[in-house]
Design a protein around this ligand. Structure first.
Ligand code: SF4
Length: 468
């Protein structure tokens, strides 16, 4: 299914800048410094989108609050990946009616993937009358105009037309952490895995131009950023449809060759599109983190075919074997779904076998739950909930043992880590492979690379001390 990409013109983006200036004037004329609460659900793509929303709002003069209470503006950036998460979002949006009663001038906007689902938008329109505005991911760039329309007395507004996927360059981002950054390299997905809603709500794949990505990364590095994650639903198909012939490995190499003290990583990789060339590039560049998140989802070929994943378990294993042959210290993480419709316990055993063979550093484990609007939601599913739960518990217990054993191997080593924050008494840091390390130390170390001597380990994290 081909879908044209619209690159939003400079003139259209300049027009949005003028609405940001009008919003600023609106608040200045009232003598108010407005505050916003931006709440984000879901994946890193949503985190990156929320950074853009905050970037635009900061330009319009908004400060930020940690909750909706007292905020002039509330923006809820929603996630559609799981049905029960959707219910939670709707519950929280419903509860905002009480907050708004205390602050009648408050404006409430909803955006993100749920707003790409027409039945959800309809429900908001009819049953959530306290919501002032809704925009789907394709229309994020035009949020300033929509917000100004509402502030200046316009009617509730729903900007959700299913337009061709768009790319808007140059929107300011207000990043949570100046030392770590997400950089979107592409948007959307073409794969239509049978359980996934993403291609329906985020549109088809479209890649940013390499020169725009490199300019963004250069600016981040010169601003002191140390850890950069290139982001896309399926980064390995980057480059399709661009004028210049380029694939993701080429882009990754170009980023890694930029001057500066930083590490670059990426997510997510689809095994169907990951190539030996990608692993060769990773192996040959010091600045590329030796970590890959490579979702396998199932170790059984019938289930993989029913998921429409496009590879077999043997092909996946061969890919991992090659990657480890060129990067013996590679850290592998993955996603797995247990209880896909019709998955028997015998088929589940293949998933356990693959997991045992690969020995992942960490696994994101999901017990299948049907997502309406996807083919998997209507597949026959005779396997009982109890059986699925038992299989799921077995898998989680075994993975915890493997994770703990792999972390214990780090005890006694000295690892170079980026110290990225504080959690209570201890600083937190990440190894190049993404493992969490806790250590005593001063806040002045946050944002620095340090050699850390690892003194102890548990299932999820390492303990250490600064070695230099
Ligand atoms: S690759 Fe599959 S699981 Fe990932 S976003 Fe695309 S359709 Fe969804």
């Amino acid at each position: 299914m081909e879908q044209k990409t619209t690159v939003i013109s400079e003139a259209a983006l300049a027009r949005q800048q003028s609405f940001l200036a009008l919003i600023r004037q609106y608040w200045q004329s009232r003598g108010v410094t407005p505050a916003a609460f931006v709440d984000t659900y879901g994946c890193q793509q949503n985190e990156a989108d929320s950074e853009r929303i905050r970037g635009m709002l900061a330009q319009a003069g908004y400060g930020f609050l940690p909750s909706a209470e007292g905020a002039e503006l509330v923006v809820i950036n929603t996630c559609a990946i799981r049905e029960h998460a959707e219910q939670r979002v709707l519950g929280n949006v419903g509860a905002l009616v009480h907050v708004k009663r205390r602050h009648p001038e408050q404006k409430i906007f909803l955006c993100g993937c749920m707003m790409g689902e027409p039945h959800v938008v309809e429900r908001i329109r009819t049953s959530y009358r306290h919501v002032d505005g809704v925009f789907s991911p394709h229309h994020l760039w035009a949020f300033p105009e929509q917000l100004y329309g509402i502030l200046s007395g316009g009617a509730r507004s729903f900007v959700t037309e299913d337009v061709p996927g768009s790319i808007a360059e140059g929107i300011a981002q207000l990043r949570d952490n100046p030392k770590k950054a997400w950089v979107s390299v592409m948007y959307g997905c073409n794969n239509f895995c049978s359980y996934c809603i993403v291609p329906y709500v985020r549109g088809r794949e479209r890649s940013r131009r390499p020169e725009d990505i490199l300019a963004e990364v250069r600016a981040l590095i010169s601003g002191g950023c140390r850890d950069i994650t290139l982001l896309g639903q399926n980064v390995n198909s980057y480059g399709k449809g661009l004028d210049a012939p380029i694939d993701f490995s080429d882009l990754l190499a170009q980023v890694a060759e930029l001057p500066g003290d930083f590490l670059v990583r990426f997510m997510t990789s689809h095994p169907k599109d990951a190539t030996r060339k990608l692993f060769d590039v990773m192996a040959s560049h010091e600045k590329i983190a030796k970590h890959i998140h490579l979702p396998f989802q199932s170790g059984n070929d019938r289930v993989l075919a029913a998921m429409n994943r496009g590879y077999t378990a043997a092909q996946y294993r061969a890919l991992v074997d090659y990657a480890r042959s060129v990067m013996p210290d590679l850290v592998l993480t993955s996603d797995v779904i247990v209880g896909f419709p019709g998955e028997t316990t015998a088929e589940f055993e293949d998933t356990l076998k693959l997991m045992e063979a690969v020995r992942y550093d960490a696994l994101f484990t999901f017990l299948f739950s049907p997502r309406s609007g996807t083919p998997a939601a209507t597949m026959p599913d005779p396997v009982s909930k109890e059986e699925k739960q038992q299989n799921f518990d077995r898998l989680v217990a075994r993975q915890n043992e493997i994770s703990a054993a792999l972390r214990r191997q780090d005890v006694g080593k000295t690892l170079r880590c980026l110290i990225d924050g504080r959690d209570g008494e201890l600083l937190t840091a990440r190894t190049a492979g993404g493992r969490l390390v806790r250590l005593p130390g001063e806040d002045a170390l946050i944002g620095e690379y340090c050699s850390i001597f690892i003194t102890d380990a548990n299932t999820w994290s390492l303990l250490g001390t600064v070695a230099e």
